[in-house]
Design a protein around this ligand. Structure first.
Ligand SMILES: Cc1cc2nc3c(=O)[nH]c(=O)nc-3n(C[C@H](O)[C@H](O)[C@H](O)COP(=O)(O)OP(=O)(O)OC[C@H]3O[C@@H](n4cnc5c(N)ncnc54)[C@H](O)[C@@H]3O)c2cc1C
Length: 263
């Protein structure tokens, strides 16, 4: 684990989907699926990003361009350097033999690494991935090449199921003997997945996003009400049973100043 930012060269920045790039780095971070790194851009600060690929001697982060920080990052390319600190956080447990992984938007990024690892261990993996439209879907070629069964959903129906990916989970739950569900994506979608799993008594894990400044449990920006769990250190992955105790799940999250805001 890097306790301080280590300046690393971007080996390549590959277009992954609309407004989304995968940034590749040489070197090992030794992350488990679900863990994240803090990426430091000198002059712009640092933000958390999940590990999306990990291969012998290299790893990658898949990043969506949303605001100021990511706009600056998208100006960089091969040979430019950024600071990488971590990996941090609790990973997915990798429990279950017949598992569904359900990801919305860039939430599919950490799940894809989990899918790689679980498929390698001989688990039966079904990935359900959703996005607003075809142009935002991640990793179609990657999944085609793997042993992972994949179902796509798009809000506008431009590819796969027309509608929310949670509707595909309902179908999958009806037809299969799922023993574990892993989820990452917009919180409204995760709430739906939580409700489906809770009703059917299927255990699951959910990767949460909260505003993080330090990434390793000191600043307290990402604490959850009323448990006080820090998303960076006690999460970002929480079990369904843990989330039953988190009142703010699905309701609000705090911004960088600690003020409650909409999800
Ligand atoms: C554990 C974790 C893993 C993440 N993994 C990915 C990933 O794999 N790919 C990806 O594209 N994004 C990921 N994010 C989101 C990412 O950290 C940034 O929040 C996002 O890129 C915002 O970028 P911005 O500053 O350009 O946009 P802004 O417009 O400044 O922010 C957009 C929104 O992002 C959130 N945000 C901003 N800063 C932070 C911060 N320091 N910590 C947490 N949330 C923040 C706020 O809700 C804000 O409203 C992850 C976040 C967390 C907590």
């Amino acid at each position: 684990m890097n306790e301080r930012p280590v300046m690393m060269k971007i080996e390549k920045a590959v277009d992954e989907a609309k407004d989304t790039k995968t940034f590749w780095f040489s070197g090992r971070v030794g992350a488990k699926p679900g863990q994240f790194v803090m990426l430091w851009l000198p002059g712009s600060g640092q933000k958390p990003f999940g590990i999306s690929y990990q291969e012998r001697g290299s790893f990658a982060l898949t990043i969506r361009r949303v605001g100021g920080f990511t706009k600056e990052l998208f100006k960089l390319g091969t040979g430019d350097r950024v600071g990488i600190q971590g990996p941090y956080g609790k990973p997915f447990s990798m429990k279950g033999d017949n598992v569904v992984l359900i990801g919305g938007g860039y939430g599919t990024a950490p799940l894809a690494l989990l899918a790689d690892e679980m498929a390698r261990k001989g688990k039966n993996v079904h990935m359900i991935t959703g996005a607003a439209g075809k142009e935002f879907l991640l990793y179609q070629k990657r999944f085609e090449k793997s042993k992972v069964k994949t179902t796509y959903a798009t809000d506008d129906g431009s590819f796969g199921h027309k509608g929310f990916c949670t509707e595909c989970l309902v179908d999958s739950v009806k037809s299969g003997n799922i023993d574990y569900v892993y989820c990452c994506g917009p919180e409204k979608m995760m709430v739906k997945v939580f409700e489906i799993c809770n009703k059917k008594e299927i255990p699951g894990e959910f990767s949460l996003e909260r505003y993080m400044k330090c990434g390793f449990g000191v600043c307290g920006s990402c604490t959850l009400d009323p448990t006080g769990w820090r998303v960076c250190k006690d999460g970002p992955v929480f079990t369904l049973e843990q989330l039953k105790k988190v009142d703010e799940f699905g309701k609000y999250k705090r911004d960088g100043s600690g003020k409650k805001g909409k999800l």
